[in-house]
Design a protein around this ligand. Structure first.
Ligand code: MG
Length: 264
């Protein structure tokens, strides 16, 4: 038996003893549980395996790291289809740089399905500022095809707070408005935790979301209270597993670029 294996065995035993002691007393004890008579050594609380995977980060935080799935890099919409009919994604690629919503063509969705993930996406309001409130630069990023992180031109554009850019639509307003002007690009960096369901189909734990808008925290491990409906109270009507991410056609020429995702 190697020293490492011995240590591991000892660690397991020690941790088991610790947990038993902890649960017997208090879930969150203010002092470490006494485990006697075995004296603790530093190695007993070191965990070596499995080794943490190496990921090469991008040069800037907006560049995809080595383990990211590239959903759009300016070249093509191969990772996307029309949400209406499953055919080719009907939005326009501009200058091999970004996509622009073609109003009336419908939403687009990923071919792949996802659960827990980290998503980076950049967006810009239409270059020509038209309309107001919900009519200006409206789109949205729907996680698991259901839960909308609102995309809107919220630069000097008042609307209901739980419907502005960075809101979980009609659920939670963003903590602040970090929106840039309509000729500039914005980024969302999202950490999304999918909801869990019990075997009988009822909700076990709701979805959660953390969002940085242009590097500013706007949703902090926020609980998503179900389908982000336009009308009515939000709820979880059915259990579901991994599902697509979709981007909304809300009739405005909103632009997107540099979309990548890491499965968690
Ligand atoms: Mg929207």
């Amino acid at each position: 038996m190697t020293q490492l294996t011995k240590n591991k065995g000892l660690l397991t035993l020690t941790l088991a003893a610790c947990s038993a002691a902890v649960f017997a007393q208090n879930k969150y004890p203010s002092t470490p549980p006494e485990v006697s008579p075995m004296p603790m050594k530093p190695e007993m609380t070191e965990i070596w395996n499995p080794e943490v995977a190496v990921v090469t980060p991008g040069k800037t935080p907006s560049d995809p790291p080595s383990d990211a799935i590239i959903l759009f890099d300016g070249k093509n919409l191969d990772q996307w289809v029309s949400a209406k009919n499953g055919g080719p994604a009907p939005w326009k690629i501009v200058n091999n740089d970004h996509i622009e919503v073609v109003p009336g063509s419908g939403d687009i969705k990923t071919k792949m399905k996802f659960g827990d993930c980290q998503l980076h996406i950049e967006f810009s309001a239409p270059d020509v500022v038209e309309s107001a409130g919900q009519g200006r630069g409206n789109s949205g990023v729907f996680f698991q095809d259901r839960y909308e992180l609102q995309v809107l031109d919220s630069y000097q554009n008042r609307t209901y707070r739980n419907g502005q850019a960075g809101s979980i639509y009609k659920d939670h307003a963003p903590l602040v408005n970090a929106m840039r002007g309509p000729l500039e690009w914005n980024s969302y960096d999202v950490i999304y935790t999918a909801p869990r369901f019990k075997s009988n189909g009822t909700l076990d734990s709701p979805a959660r979301i953390t969002v940085l808008h242009n590097g500013v925290l706007i949703q902090n491990n926020t609980v998503i209270n179900g389908l982000t409906l336009y009308i009515g109270l939000h709820h979880y009507p059915e259990a579901h597993g991994d599902d697509v991410i979709h981007l909304q056609d809300h009739g405005n020429k909103t632009q997107f670029r540099n979309i990548w995702l890491r499965k968690l």
